[in-house]
Design a protein around this ligand. Structure first.
Ligand code: PMP
Length: 353
């Protein structure tokens, strides 16, 4: 007998990292930035005129699009803004991967890609990273319906060079190639300069990590005007008003405060370098990180055990019980004090092992 359940789209959803309610935890599990957003963002919020909420926001998000275009030296019609880069990438799956051929992404990567592929019915094939979690561009020189990968990759933190990205683009003139640069501002080279040369390249970035605004939900992509037009056509076919008035106003303030952005990124990178040294002393190894997290495995103690002990102690890191990476912990770079709390606990815990 058929029921309404037969008509339901059934998916296995993405699992976001935990957001514990307790105050006294050290939270290094979702790659947030430990510093507050720019003081200019607070100024905008404090003087925000709530009467504007009566009206719909600008569907074209012009002010924020313009601020981003000016910051990155592109034209306004090369920028698309969404509700976090998750929204932008979700729109990309819906817009660019409609050809029915396999979309390619690495086997170890952002665990949302296969979820979007499933929910939109996009066929996909994962491409194995090598033993050092590196991309071999030759693996992408095969027929496909599109390509997406983060650079630096998540959860590994490994950066691929622009030569590698160029090699992938040169072999894929007939596919949309999306580089997800959620973590690029912590020292990696952005593929944005290649947008001029490749009309099929789309670069996606976010305010969640390097602009300390994960809670505000702002992401964007930059590419050729043609790609951006296709994205907007799909957006206007789903929800015209994705960005609210406060997101737009605070987003502009954050982009315009370049000095604060640079200062916070530099602090994270300095803490990351120090954390890599401390973790090495404690017997961890990891690929060199170009992101705001370190993907570490311990020489003797299983990651699952360390994860459980840390959680018990109120220190949250991320553990993925997945093939190839189930002996790793992804540790977000927090403040120096937070990292010291982590190292102190680990030193005691590992001594008893
Ligand atoms: N891409 C990657 C690789 C990520 O790790 C994340 C963070 N979960 C995102 C995109 C999405 O971030 P947001 O939606 O907060 O911009």
């Amino acid at each position: 007998m058929s029921t309404w359940r037969d008509n339901v789209r059934k998916v296995i959803p993405y699992t976001p990292g935990e957001q514990p309610k307790e105050k006294n935890v050290i939270k290094l599990n979702t790659n947030e930035n430990p510093y507050p957003p720019s003081p200019k963002v607070k100024e905008v919020m404090d003087s925000f005129d709530t009467s504007v909420l009566r009206k719909y926001p600008d569907p074209a998000v012009k002010d924020l699009v313009h601020a981003l275009a000016a910051r990155y030296g592109v034209a306004d019609d090369q920028v698309f803004v969404g509700v976090g880069s998750d929204d932008v990438i979700s729109m990309c799956f819906l817009t660019f991967f409609a050809g029915g051929k396999n979309v390619l992404f690495p086997d170890v990567t952002y665990s949302f890609y296969d979820v979007w592929a499933s929910v939109y019915g996009v066929p996909y094939k994962t491409v194995a990273l090598d033993a050092d979690f590196r991309i071999n561009p030759a693996d992408y020189a095969v027929e496909n319906g599109g390509i997406i990968f983060p650079n630096p990759n998540a959860p590994t933190g490994v950066e691929e060079s622009l030569d590698t990205i160029r090699a992938i683009l040169d072999a894929n003139k007939d596919s949309v190639v999306i580089v997800d640069e959620a973590y690029v501002d912590f020292g990696a080279a952005s593929a944005l300069p290649l947008v001029k040369e490749y009309e099929n390249l789309l670069v996606v970035q976010t305010f969640s990590k390097s602009r300390q605004m994960a809670g505000m939900r702002i992401g964007y992509s930059i590419g050729s005007p043609e790609l951006i037009k296709y994205l907007n056509d799909v957006k206007y076919s789903v929800n015209s008003y994705t960005m609210n008035s406060l997101q737009i106003a605070t987003g502009v303030a954050a982009v315009e405060d370049e000095a604060y952005f640079e200062e916070c990124c530099a602090k994270i990178m300095a803490t990351r370098e120090r954390s890599e040294k401390e973790l090495s002393k404690l017997g961890f190894t990891f690929p060199k990180s170009s992101a705001n997290f370190i993907f570490a495995t311990h020489e003797t103690v299983p990651a699952a055990d360390i994860f459980a002990a840390l959680k018990e102690a109120g220190i949250y890191v991320r553990y993925f019980n997945k093939p190839r990476i189930d002996n790793y912990l992804r540790i977000t770079v927090g403040t120096d004090e937070e990292m010291d709390g982590l190292f102190e606990f680990l030193a005691k815990y590992l001594e008893d092992k």
